[in-house]
Write a protein that binds this ligand. Structure first.
Ligand code: AP5
Ligand code: MG
Length: 218
């Protein structure tokens, strides 16, 4: 694969996590999802989790300081040596600048930034229909990706599923606003660096995966 350090950008519910997991399996590079890291902290009841929970439930962005701290620590770990797929980070211009500094210190470069573009009107259904295997984390959807056998995870056979606390209709508006106000300015930021590729995420999951492989040059 041409790119080893990738960013997957896109709106809430746009399919970043779904596609990052597929890339991780296919190419053996780790998915780093700041949303997953924060949810793990909330679940563990750590001070960081307690601080982040209210912000996440309101659909707002957690402070740049907390997020950059999480990523700085995570990319030091040995499993990131082969590369990584950033999912949900960076989400503000200061986060992108901090990432540039972190990579520069290590003499590393980003290979590609891919925006998975999906129109706003599709996202409510994507988000409110989402559920996840409680055991292995495989993602599903009430309409678009049901388990092959109802109520049983395709991957690990578990019968327990969870829904995210922030996946309520009430929170989607705030998440979209945060995306348009704070994250959209990253597209010109990466375009100016010659790193940005945009793919149409409003198609079947497999079709989006194929297109993603195409832009990554695989
Ligand atoms: P985070 O966990 O990153 O949530 P998000 O950006 O809102 O994105 P989602 O995880 O909701 O969507 P996704 O793009 O991964 O879609 P998925 O593949 O699941 O962040 C949560 C919160 O944490 C934030 O609101 C913020 O508070 C905080 N946070 C995290 N990172 C931060 C940062 N850097 N800075 C500050 N705060 C931060 O797909 C959605 C559903 O659609 C699934 O059910 C899936 O099966 C289905 N689906 C996927 N692709 C398709 C397709 N092509 N067709 C049909 N269905 C599809
Ligand atoms: Mg996600």
């Amino acid at each position: 694969m041409g790119g080893k350090r990738l960013i997957l950008m896109g709106p809430p519910g746009g399919g970043k996590g779904t596609q990052a997991k597929r890339l991780q399996e296919r190419y053996g590079i780790v998915q780093l999802s700041t949303g997953d890291m924060l949810r793990a902290a909330v679940k563990a009841g750590s001070p960081l989790g307690l601080q982040a929970k209210a912000v996440m439930d309101a659909g707002k962005l957690v402070s740049d300081e907390i997020i950059v701290g999480l990523i700085a620590e995570r990319i030091q770990q040995s499993d990131c040596a082969k590369g990584f797929i950033l999912d949900g980070f960076p989400r503000t211009v200061p986060q992108a600048e901090a990432l540039d500094r972190l990579l520069k210190e290590k003499e590393l470069k980003l290979d590609k930034v891919v925006e998975v573009a999906v129109p706003d009107e599709r996202l409510m259904e994507r988000i409110t229909g989402r559920f996840t295997c409680a055991k292995c984390g495989e993602g599903y959807h009430d309409t678009f990706k049901q388990p092959k056998k109802p109520g049983v995870c395709d991957v690990c056979g578990s019968t327990e599923f969870t829904r995210r606390a922030d996946d309520s209709a009430a929170t989607v508006g705030a998440r979209l606003k945060a995306y348009h106000d704070q994250t959209a300015p990253l597209m010109p930021y990466y375009k100016a660096q010659g790193l940005l590729e945009v793919i149409n995420g409003d198609r079947d999951i497999d079709v989006v995966s194929k297109d993603l492989e195409r832009v990554l040059g695989t």
